[in-house]
Design a protein. Structure first.
Length: 445
């Protein structure tokens, strides 16, 4: 295995060569984690989205294996979150397609039901593993909310379906699953919409936010775990992210905090009193009524997920030597779970599946970039996969589709992730020399 503390100066040139727009993105293009999910009913099973596909662990984070983006078929638009059913199915909305893996990440397809629209948000029922809600947001056509009662196999449109409406997110109340919140734009006006009866009827609340200069992309991001009328939204304006809270079911909004960074996600304590927010560079914590304070860790793609009283956080291996950690004291201290150089090869899948057919050939190059073991068992090839299990339909997104304007474009990721040397001291030096990353501005109309 290549040493992570030895590097030639040619690596510096290679690294800089793959950092387009370095003046605007301090470690743009580096391999990093971007979200984390746990399988329902199986807390030992982790699935983490990354800038180079995804990684999966089935033993509480002791070992990790790679799922390459080519096998997932999402193109250049990575999912912001995944949902992992107790049955083993994994679902994700990419902003254009709805991805579905029926076999715990070995094969993937895009759902044909949504081939003519964009799936911009997906949410699961808090207790029923079969029920999902999805929203769409493709301009120029009718958009709305769709419901599945069979784990995402079939979908039915709700009464909320009309032209002039472009939705970007959906959230289900953990207190009352009949309470749904969605957000987006209705006839060019930012709105929060609420249903108290599982989507049969809706109330619509416009939010002009005149105190902000040219606000855009208002998005519902969390619902309180104990109070059904408390919901959080975020909105962008002039390079800042404004986090707002409603205590009356979305009718009015009050500012909680302002973040000088690009929002990734947020979560709340079990009593709703504490909020955690991950951004492109930092991690924030504080009272759910504000303000939130920047924490020393994690840094870099700092996503957050609460499971019971345990907090999980993404971070940058290149900045503090772990890509995922857990906290049992509400985010004050963190325990290392894994770093990118600890990935142990590709996910072990049956022959005939996209992950088995496509990913092993791409692993050596990624392993070199991460400083990961090429063949962790010390042999000359990957360990044998599980028994053959047929050839599921991999599927690919519609090449003619482009994600909605509310989601600014990201660089396309592939098995050839951006960094060409995993040396931690070098990357720390580069991060100190380059300006801090900033998220993209509002797209021009």
């Amino acid at each position: 295995m290549k040493s992570r503390i030895t590097v030639a100066w040619s690596t510096v040139a290679s690294l800089l060569a793959v950092l387009p727009g370095a003046a605007a993105h301090a470690h743009a293009g580096l391999p990093e984690t971007s979200n984390i999910t746990l399988r329902r009913g199986h807390p030992q099973d982790f699935f983490s989205g990354t800038t180079f596909g995804a990684v999966i662990s089935r033993d509480s984070g002791k070992t990790w294996r790679w799922v390459c983006p080519d096998a997932m078929g999402y193109g250049g638009w990575r999912p912001e979150a995944y949902l992992w059913r107790e049955t083993g199915d994994i679902l994700a909305a990419t902003g254009s397609a709805l991805l579905h893996s029926p076999d715990e990440g070995c094969s993937w397809r895009t759902h044909p039901f949504f081939k003519s629209t964009w799936v911009t948000g997906l949410a699961a029922h808090p207790t029923d593993d079969r029920v999902f809600h999805a929203v769409t947001g493709r301009p120029g056509i009718a958009n709305g909310l769709y419901r599945s009662d069979d784990g995402g196999e079939t979908w039915t449109a709700s009464p909320l379906l009309r032209t002039g409406l472009e939705l970007n997110a959906v959230r289900v109340s953990p207190v009352d699953p009949r309470r749904l919140y969605v957000s987006g734009v209705s006839n060019n006006q930012m709105v929060v919409l609420r249903s108290d009866d599982a989507g049969d009827t809706w109330q619509e609340f416009p939010h002009a936010l005149p105190e902000l200069l040219r606000p855009y992309a208002l998005t519902v991001v969390a619902v309180d775990p104990v109070a059904v009328d408390v919901v959080w939204v975020r909105v962008s304006a002039q390079g800042y992210t404004h986090l707002l809270r409603s205590d009356d079911g979305g009718r009015t909004l009050t500012q909680v905090t302002v973040l000088d960074d690009t929002f990734i996600n947020m979560d709340l304590s079990s009593d709703g009193g504490t909020a955690w927010v991950g951004t492109l560079n930092y991690f924030f914590m504080g009272s759910s009524t504000g303000p939130l304070e920047k924490q020393p860790l994690p840094t870099g793609n700092a996503c957050v997920l609460r499971d019971g009283e345990t907090l999980y956080g993404c971070g940058s291996t290149w900045l503090h030597d772990w890509a995922l950690a857990r906290s049992t004291d509400q985010g004050r201290t963190w325990e290392h779970i894994f770093a990118l150089y600890e990935i142990q090869g590709t996910q072990l899948c049956p022959r005939g599946t996209p992950v088995r057919d496509l990913c092993p050939a791409r692993w050596p190059q990624l392993a070199e970039q991460l400083g990961a073991p090429l063949y962790p068992d010390g042999g000359v090839e990957e360990p044998p996969p599980p028994p053959d299990a047929g050839t599921p339909d991999a599927g690919t997104p519609d090449a003619g589709q482009q994600p909605p304007e509310q989601r600014p474009p990201e660089p396309k990721s592939s098995g050839c992730a951006a960094a060409t040397g995993p040396t931690l001291p070098l990357l720390l030096l580069l991060s100190s020399l380059l300006p801090r990353r900033r998220g993209p501005r509002r797209p021009h109309r």
